[in-house]
Design a protein around this ligand. Sequence first.
Ligand code: FES
Ligand code: FES
Length: 133
Amino acid sequence: MAYSDKVVDHYENPRNVGSFGKGDETVGTGMVGAPACGDVMKLQIKVNPATGLIEDAKFKTYGCGSAIASSSLVTEWVKGKSLDEALTIKNTQIAEELALPPVKIHCSILAEDAIKAAVDDYKAKHGAPAKAQ
Ligand code: FES
Ligand code: FES
């Protein structure tokens, strides 16, 4: 299967690969698997407690080129966004940006699910929305 230029770019030069240390209170972690192919994606967001904005993001993906490109793209997109803004990212936007073919749409769904899971994890860690201090 031929990958689009953008997929190849993100696949060959993935942005923000890695992970944040365990026990960091400002980090939310999302780990999701794709039932269709067994691939796994871990995506983490690091939130600035003062602003409530996502200031950094990292991922590790065990999967195909489209899954790696989708997670790389999403880590770029979420930076500077609020948690609620990050939740509005749709897999269709990812698939469109990367020109994914239909058989690879589930790879972009993995990325959408991973960011949602990371935001949920962060919110769960912090309970009710933090009050301004
Ligand atoms: Fe999972 Fe593509 S089928 S790597
Ligand atoms: Fe399954 Fe890409 S995540 S083929």
